[in-house]
Write a protein that binds this ligand. Structure first.
Ligand code: DAH
Length: 338
């Protein structure tokens, strides 16, 4: 048996040396170490070896297997190196790489990032809330009565469970105040959903940016100053901004904000860009009830809130006439913003 093992080892090493590619090397491995390989079959015979020789023969077998395995490994590395070198032959690795076409951010991403950066400079922190909301956070806590048209099945996507797709990012105001006592200064960019007929100015999913500042001495001039500054940073220092009295259930007083759009060759016109107002004390009451404390005491807590449509801001900034262009991902359109 000893001779047999020696012969197998010698034969295997010869086969390994002779292998010209990974395929023939693998054949050699299977022929010797495989399930029906020559060394494997010899090893089966160890049961017939006399007891006193078993240990010595076993050692011999193991040593042979180790030598063969090592030779296989060395040969495999060598063969791979040869194959790699062959694959690279004729190629000049010092040539400059082929240029990749540069990518760019989507216009909506650009305007959102810019809006965030302006507001962060003013001390607003990013906040977040779920897009699948409940009626409490989307409506009730925002002082919106049960018969308000925004709560209509025709205008809002409801789930069978009674939950809904948030119709505005104002729900994040509630989530933030529930989680944190005043002072608070947050912004929340995100998607909002409405069952609108889709046309050049409406989508059923659109993007808003909500803002909320609550503290001890926050007043209407703070709201005006903050938002005037914001729109002048966004659209240019000479931008005209006006506040038009309006109604929102969760603010009192409430305003809509218009900016004056001046397009060359067109008469200037006012365009509505946001809603805002001073937080209605009824909202603070709802928050206190939900928090089970009196952190938002309506007697000495005031604040302002605002919400704007990011899609609308992008349309104004770049003179985009059809909101659908923002979601079609047509590179011929998007390339213009690179
Ligand atoms: N949530 C309102 C909307 O979607 C926008 C809005 C108005 C947000 C007034 C506010 C606000 O925070 O104070 O039309």
């Amino acid at each position: 048996m000893k001779e047999q093992i020696g012969a197998i080892e010698k034969d295997a090493l010869a086969q390994i040396t002779a292998a010209i590619n990974e395929r023939s090397l693998d054949d050699a491995r299977v022929a010797v170490l495989g399930k029906k390989g020559s060394l494997t079959l010899v090893a089966v015979g160890i049961k017939d070896v006399p007891k006193e020789d078993k240990a010595a023969v076993g050692q011999l077998l193991n040593a042979a297997r180790a030598v063969i395995s090592a030779a296989l490994d060395v040969k495999q590395t060598a063969l791979r190196e040869i194959a790699d070198r062959a694959a690279l032959a004729g190629m000049d690795p010092t040539l400059p790489a082929r240029a990749l076409p540069p990518g760019a951010l989507h216009p909506l991403t650009q305007i959102r990032d810019q809006a965030i950066s302006i507001l962060r400079r003013m001390g607003f922190a990013l906040a977040d809330g779920p897009e699948i909301e409940d009626e409490f956070h989307c409506f009730d806590a925002l002082n919106t009565p049960a018969d308000h048209p925004a709560r209509n099945e025709k205008d809002t996507f409801y789930f069978d469970s009674g939950k809904l797709l948030r119709t505005h990012t104002s729900s994040v105001q509630i989530r933030s105040m529930e989680a944190q006592a005043p002072p608070i200064r947050i912004i929340a960019p995100g998607s909002a959903y409405r069952r609108d007929e889709i046309d050049a100015t409406h989508l059923s999913v659109f993007n808003q940016l909500e803002g909320l500042a609550v503290g001890a001495d926050i007043s209407l001039p703070d709201l005006k100053g903050t938002l005037e500054y914001f729109f002048r940073e966004l659209f240019g220092t000479t931008t005209e901004v006006r506040f038009r009295p309006h109604f929102f259930p969760f603010t009192e007083p409430s305003f809509e904000i218009d900016v004056k759009l001046q397009i060359k060759g067109q008469a200037p016109r006012w365009i509505e860009v946001a809603g805002c107002g001073m937080v209605d004390p009824a909202v603070f009451d709802a928050i206190n009830k939900s928090r089970k404390d009196h952190a938002y005491d309506p007697e000495n807590t005031t604040g302002f809130a605002f919400g704007m449509g990011l899609d609308r801001l992008a349309m104004i900034r770049w003179g985009i006439r059809d909101i659908r262009l923002l979601i079609e991902n047509d590179v011929r359109f998007l390339r213009q913003f690179a």
